[in-house]
Ligand binder design. Sequence first.
Ligand code: SF4
Length: 284
Amino acid sequence: MKIIRAKTYGVCMGVKRALELVENSIEAKPEGGVCTVGPLIHNRRVLEQLESRGVCIISGPEEVSEGAVIIRAHGIALAAQKAFRGKNIELIDGTCPKVNKSQKMAADKSAEGFHVILAGDPGHGEVVAVAGYAEECTVVSSAEDVRELELTGDTFLMCQTTFREDKFDKILEVLKDKANTAGFKVEFERTVCPATVVRQNAVKDLAAEVDAVLVIGGKTSANTTRLFHIASESGKPSWHIEGADDVPPEIIGYNTIGITAGASAPDWIVEEVEAKLHILSKGE
Ligand code: SF4
């Protein structure tokens, strides 16, 4: 069995930074403990490790009165941030700089009078946070969603950092058609993170040279799920697994296996999966 890793895969700059902030915080042993606002990353294995080291997860300011509180890479809405700042806690901002840029863009365009349309997964932490920076924001996940909107004023289109560019283009097309008919202005910015695009292109290239693909990452991770969809669309048998325990036994039927991992899957999980593949290929 030959194993090939994607040219680019795994933990991105924003997630690495958030993990480092939590590590530093655990080492500092603050009175009142360490907690994160929402799960730090979409990875069950990493979250279990953090929990065993005493890191708790809270969902809002009302759940904490002391200690260190870390904002994850997805960020939080402006109103929640203000409420945390009013408390006697150490607030550590782990918002990814690229998400920060999106938040600022939503606020600025909103202040300029645009209705912001945010393409992304409704309910996803980053989407909720970015939408919270705009006065008026509508979250859409497809071109069909935009078709159903009643828009009359100037509109600004942006997206979740992990959004697929081809889907963004379709949404933009529908929006421009509506604008031409109704006579309003459309501006847009593809706020897709390059880390996402690079990983998506890498899995496309990987799928072309292997017989089957394993995509490693949390089942709730949006960027991992997209990598899995891209791998599946290539026509090669593909599996989305969280770790070595999920490696499908039938994988040994393929000669060349491609491995990639989402932005929230640390290297040690990738190593474990590769070790498991070697064990399976030896028939152990
Ligand atoms: S994928 Fe991009 S935007 Fe999201 S956390 Fe990583 S670096 Fe930041």
